[in-house]
Design a protein around this ligand. Structure first.
Ligand SMILES: [Cu+2]
Length: 122
């Protein structure tokens, strides 16, 4: 039957897409990539991340001690990292380069040195 055949083809297609996704190939570039980052006095783990220009990304922050923040002045991004919750910063980089981020919520003596580097590649 024609309809059944189409359904089967669609199913096989979806299955192949599933495998490709598992292998790290995504057929849906609009699905944001998630990077988990843990903030603590006075660092981020990781503190050096690389993303691609035009690729939507979600930075998912948690703090393991007090509230922190993260600000990329040159990218006009700023977020608070509150205790006991996941703090998401979603964006799509539109320019390449190396960007310096720093904690934007006063968190103690090392606050001024709490930094992160974001690399945006082509
Ligand atoms: Cu701070």
């Amino acid at each position: 039957m024609k309809l059944g055949c189409t359904a089967k083809t669609a199913f096989v297609g979806l299955t192949v897409m599933g495998y490709l996704t598992l292998l790290g190939f995504s057929s849906a570039p609009e699905t944001p990539r998630t990077i988990n980052i843990v903030a603590k006095r006075f660092t981020y783990e990781p503190d050096d991340i690389t993303v691609k220009k035009g690729e939507p990304v979600v930075l998912e922050f948690t703090t393991s001690d007090v509230a922190h923040g993260l600000k990329f002045k040159d990218l006009n991004l700023n977020t608070r990292i509150e205790k006991g919750k996941k703090n998401e910063l979603a964006f799509t980089p539109t320019k390449t380069g190396d960007f310096n981020g720093q904690c934007s919520v006063f968190c103690g003596s090392g606050h001024g040195g709490m930094r992160m580097t974001l690399h945006v590649t082509e």
